[in-house]
Design a binder for this molecule. Sequence first.
Ligand SMILES: Nc1ncnc2c1ncn2[C@@H]1O[C@H](COP(=O)(O)OP(=O)(O)O)[C@@H](O)[C@H]1O
Ligand SMILES: [Mg+2]
Length: 272
Amino acid sequence: MTTTIAVSGKGGSGKTTIASMIVRALLEHPGAGPILCIDADPNACLALALGVPPGTTVAEIREQARAKAPNAVGVSRVHQVEYGFQQAITEANGFDLVTMGRPEGPSCYCAVNNLLRRLLDEMSAKYRFVVIDNEAGMEHLSRRTTNHVDLLCIVSEPTAVGALTAQRILELAGTLPIVVKEIGVLWNKTNGDDLALDALDVLARVPEDAAVLQASRRGDNVFALVDDSPAYRTVRTLVEKISNSKHQIPNKSKIQNSNDQNHGRGSARFEV
Ligand SMILES: Nc1ncnc2c1ncn2[C@@H]1O[C@H](COP(=O)(O)OP(=O)(O)O)[C@@H](O)[C@H]1O
Ligand SMILES: [Mg+2]
C-alpha cells in the first residue's frame, strides 16, 4: 500500500528542503522504499535538492503531444505520450523523480492530460511512499481524483504571514477532490518563537539551521548535509513516526472532502 506525503507552503518557506529531507530520511528507514518523488511546483527545484538531473517535465510531454499534427491522434498519440512519460521518470539511487513543470491551465481537460494523469496515478500506486513537493495553490492535487494523500504537511515560517498562508492552505485543502487523511503544520526555521495556530496540529518544529543554509548557498543536495544537522534530525524523527504509524493510518473519521471542515484533527500523534 502506498503512503503519500504531500508538502505545501508559501514560496521560500522550505518546502523543497523539507520534502528532500523526508526522502533522505525515508531512504534511511528500513523497508521504506521504493519512493516516488513528484515535483509539482512550477518553480521546480526538487531535482537539484535531491542531486539528480532535472530531466523532461510532464508539461513538456504534454506540449509535444499537442504540437503533433491532427492525424497523429489515436493509438499512436497514446503510445507517444506513454513513451514520453517513461522518459520523464528520472531513476536515482532508491527513488524515482517526476517533475510536473508548468501547470495545465484552467480550461485544459484534454485527452492528453487525462492520459498523463492516469499514467501518474497508476505509477504512484506501485511505490511504497510518494512524496509530493507542491506550491501553495496545490494545483497538482486539485487535478487528482485518485491516489489520496495520507499526510499533508504545511511548511510555514513562524511569522504572521506564514501563519496566514498556512491557514489558507488548510482551507484550500478542504476543497480538494481527493481525500486528505491528516494535515498539520511544520514550523520551519524556528527559533523557539512559534505562533499558535488554532486549526492546525503541529507536526514538527524544524529549527533554523546554518548547515542547511550553507548547503543551499553551495548548491549541495540533501545527501551532502551533515548527519547531525538539527533541522534534518527533526525531520528524521518525524519520518520515523510516520513510518512507524503507517499501518495505523485510518481511512474513516479523518477523511475530508469539500463538505468536511474537520481538518486533520488528531495528526498531533506525529508531533516532534
Ligand atoms: N530549517 C532551515 N534552516 C535554514 N535555512 C533553511 C531551512 N529550511 C529552508 N531553508 C532555506 O530557505 C530557502 C528556501 O528553501 P526552499 O526549500 O527552497 O523553499 P521553498 O521550496 O518553499 O520555496 C533555502 O535557501 C533553504 O536552504
Ligand atoms: Mg521549492
